[in-house]
Design a protein around this ligand. Structure first.
Ligand SMILES: Cc1cc2nc3c(=O)[nH]c(=O)nc-3n(C[C@H](O)[C@H](O)[C@H](O)COP(=O)(O)OP(=O)(O)OC[C@H]3O[C@@H](n4cnc5c(N)ncnc54)[C@H](O)[C@@H]3O)c2cc1C
Length: 490
């Protein structure tokens, strides 16, 4: 059976749902095809025993009016229930607790107290200044990264010329910026920055560009806890889309995408249905795309995958606590005191449900989502038993560090303990090799050289965290915003 529509959106994560809501809002006929039976992708949820767990993403940012998520919500008239976190995060290092206050001046005093070397004040003022200017640059430049003559022409204006001095920041490392302010002589501070950058830019200070690093280092000043779970704002986007006529189709795994001689696109799903549209916006990662296409488009995505082969995978853990730990923030970055085989970070990130969040846990209970970085190759070629043993070993090691280093949780029995490996992530999100977290920001491949939203194939657009402007919910919402505007401009 063939269904016909104007625009097909592939994937119902934050990227796909943002695109669908924006298109439907303007009266365009749009159908969303999602392989899973629910929304959210890497920011989805699952329910078990009266608890709701975020699967991956837990922190909401970029919600100020000048930032991507804030702009989308304001445009659509949506008001998600977001609770500002102050402190934005508690960073428990091996020898100290660093409290990531939201207010910049208070934060600078805190960090300078812990790490008095060099010009900490100047360093952090520079980070906040860069962050403000980068947001303004990405908002002002909907044609980034330029792929057509029209894009280049759109970028020739006074604002772009004023933004030119920012460009070196895409090619110089965060480490060079630390050196400039002489804050890099303290090994503990470098470690602090590396772990903060790993959860935001997906890279360490020696490789991450200082421009995008500024966004990663300052985001805890504007971090929000979405009541009910990270999927709740996504649900609002989906409801807005359907209220404006969009069709949501779950359990529709896309198996092939083909361009017909008429120029229209045809998509076949695993259940045998076929959908036709003049435009496709795909949030399926670039690494999956070659398997869905043939001919020139297939070769294009093979090249993109070869140029961007590296992505992290996640190891995640979920448990509930019969009790409410007293914490200064719902978000805790816990530095490891011993390395864990198969974990490629020196920290784990813990999200505790808000004490008033009745959707996540009953009164007096708490849910906890834990995530850290792992590599796909660590999980390849294992028998099912070896895989399960490895997962148990990491879960035990992480529970051990939580029990030893988080006295706030002592005496609280963990319930419903579950773990997610790259295989789990691949099974639920369809993402090849379990590659999540998007493309790491790197001086070797700065943001503007990420795969563009506009492909060389008429009517085929890419959004999501494996293309410009990279990972995180605000970034993928920006990519969707820019792409929808491109489509309206054609
Ligand atoms: C552990 C972890 C923690 C994170 N923490 C944060 C955080 O705190 N804050 C933050 O902002 N970001 C965080 N991120 C990053 C953020 O979750 C992602 O960058 C973002 O959600 C990606 O959205 P997306 O729409 O691009 O992709 P996805 O969320 O992956 O959505 C893509 C959708 O496409 C569907 N799909 C895939 N293949 C097919 C197919 N063939 N047919 C049909 N459908 C298909 C999938 O099922 C999925 O629903 C985190 C990520 C992880 C993994």
């Amino acid at each position: 059976m063939t269904h016909s529509t104007d625009i097909l959106v592939l994937g119902a994560g934050y990227a796909g749902l943002t695109a669908a809501a924006l298109l439907a809002h303007e009266g365009r006929a749009v159908t969303v095809l999602e392989g899973h039976d629910t929304l959210g992708g890497c920011a989805s949820f699952f329910r078990v025993g009266g608890y709701t767990f975020d699967v991956g993403a837990t922190t909401f940012s970029g919600v100020l009016p000048s930032q991507p998520a804030g702009r989308v919500f304001a445009h659509l008239g949506l008001k998600p229930e977001l609770v500002k976190q102050d402190p934005g995060m508690l960073i428990r290092m091996r020898d100290r607790d660093v409290v990531r206050y939201a207010e910049p001046e208070r934060w600078i005093n805190e960090i300078a107290r812990h790490f008095p070397h060099g010009d900490q004040r100047g360093y952090w003022k520079k980070q906040y200044d860069l962050e403000r200017r980068v947001w303004s640059m990405v908002n002002d430049q909907p044609s980034l990264p330029p792929t057509t003559i029209r894009d280049w022409l759109a970028m020739v204006n006074v604002r772009s010329i004023k933004q030119l001095p920012l460009l070196p920041g895409l090619f110089s490392s965060a480490a060079s910026m630390m050196c400039r302010y002489r804050v890099d002589s303290d090994v503990s501070f470098v470690e602090f920055i590396n772990e903060q950058l790993l959860i935001s830019t997906q890279n360490t200070a020696d490789k991450a560009p200082y421009l995008t690093s500024a966004m990663g280092l300052t985001y805890p000043s504007e971090t929000y806890y979405p009541m009910g779970g990270m999927y709740r704002p996504a649900l609002m986007l989906m409801r807005h889309a359907t209220a404006h006529g969009a069709q949501m189709k779950f359990r529709r795994t896309v198996l092939s995408i083909e361009q017909q001689s008429s120029g229209r696109w045809s998509v076949t799903c695993a259940n045998g249905e076929t959908y036709e549209a003049s435009t496709i916006i795909s949030s399926i990662p670039i690494w999956n795309m070659p398997d869905l296409l043939s001919g020139k488009p297939q070769r294009y995505f093979e090249r993109q995958s070869t140029h961007n082969p590296d992505s992290w995978c996640a190891f995640s853990m979920y448990f509930a606590l019969e009790g409410v730990p007293q914490l200064s923030s719902q978000y805790v970055q816990l530095h490891l005191d011993r390395s864990i085989p198969g974990v490629h970070a020196s920290s784990v990130f813990l999200t505790f449900s808000h004490p008033d969040d009745r959707e996540k846990a009953p009164l007096g209970h708490t849910t906890v989502t834990v995530s850290t970085h792992t590599r796909s190759e660590d999980w390849k070629g294992l028998t099912p038993t070896q895989h399960d043993d490895k997962r148990s070993m990491i879960m035990n090691a992480v529970m051990d560090v939580i029990q030893r280093r988080m006295p706030e949780c002592s005496g609280l029995t963990p319930l419903i303990l579950q773990g997610g490996t790259p295989h789990t992530w691949e099974r639920y999100t369809g993402r090849k090799n379990g590659f999540v977290g998007g493309l790491p920001h790197s001086i070797k491949r700065p943001m503007v050289f990420m795969p563009p939203n506009q492909t060389p194939f008429r009517g085929l657009y890419m959004i999501g965290d494996s293309v410009f402007p990279g990972q995180g919910t605000p970034a993928v919402m920006l990519g969707a915003w820019n792409t929808v505007n491109r489509i309206f401009a054609t």
